[in-house]
Ligand binder design. Sequence first.
Ligand code: SF4
Length: 425
Amino acid sequence: MSAAAALDTARPALPVLQEKGQREVFCGLTGIVWLHRKIQDSFFLVVGSRTCAHLIQSAAGVMIFAEPRFATAIIDERDLAGLADMNDELDQVVDRLIARRPDIRLLFLVGSCPSEVIKLDLSRAASRLSRRFSPAVRVLNYSGSGIETTFTQGEDACLASLVPILPAEAPNAAKSLLVVGALAEVVEDQMARMFEIMGVGPVRFLPPRRATDLPAIGPGTRYLLAQPFLADTARALEARGASRIAAPFPLGEEGTTLWLQAAAHAWGIDPDRFQAATAIGRERARQALARYTGRLTGRRVFFFPDSQLEIPLARFLARELSMELVEVGTPYLHRQHLADELAMLPPDTRLSEGQHVDRQLDRCRAEKPDLVVCGLGLANPLEAEGLTTKWSIELLFTPIQGYEQAADLAELFARPLVRRARLEV
Ligand code: SF4
């Protein structure tokens, strides 16, 4: 059991308001924006419509000076009418792409709403193309369609598609740690250093920076989730023998400490060594966070369900910055992966799971919170009504995990309040 769960396991489970209805979230294609930067020899080919192409291009801010590692193979009206053989066209697009980009080692065919509507079998296409281009290029597929619950499920689907091709660990391999979830490189380097000082290892990361460097996996693998939205990936890892180390998520000083401590505990690291390894980082994070208490303490925050990061963020804001949680909505609540987080939330926290956007908007307006964390689609209308908002998608594009980033995370919540205060002067 992790230290966090030990805090308050006897407490009755928090009631959760179940919501069902219209949703206002991005689709899973959005994950390409951070994943293509992470796996540097990969390429994401969306098989979709012009709408899909617009979505990822505007979300990525269009990198006109660099050759991007994503593109869209457009399904047009002819394809939708079943007049063209999409498989032949797809093969031709992939041929041209691989001829032009010999650096690609891993190609993801990413399904979309249109590819699902015409029932294009991308897993067969991926196996066919993999046979053709192997061993130089591996071709995998996953769905990023808007039929999923929320946009972070794109990362989950992508990582889950990688698990079957991870090599098997050697028989009788020593215990190893796998950190699962895309982290900014600066964060990954800090975490790797911290594990090394603590004596936890060997440590590998999923996704890796290069497709040619896939981590081995098997019964000796203990994995630690770095993101709370990886249910399918976790299931796939466990099917290959890996076991999860239960922990809260590495957000804020407390979350980072408990996350690292869970790994230290699994490795039987001496508590004094753990304290010595983390003391400087903890102190630095506490001091940096203290600068934000004046701006954030006592302010009331309302989370719309969007990224699945809501519960760890709410725990951080309530416990380390003394913010008041009005409502914490999450699109999907994985009770097992979030057990330690739930145990640390204030006992009267109002939780909701799923989305009924109209009812949530009514509750939000009635409460008049100081800050609303929500998707882009809701932010502008709420700002126009005089509410102050934070786009939750920014929390995926910004390095926020670990000690050195704790203050940056607080800053993301403080900035809209400062902006609003300036507008009101
Ligand atoms: S996958 Fe679906 S929801 Fe996403 S951009 Fe394409 S059409 Fe829209």
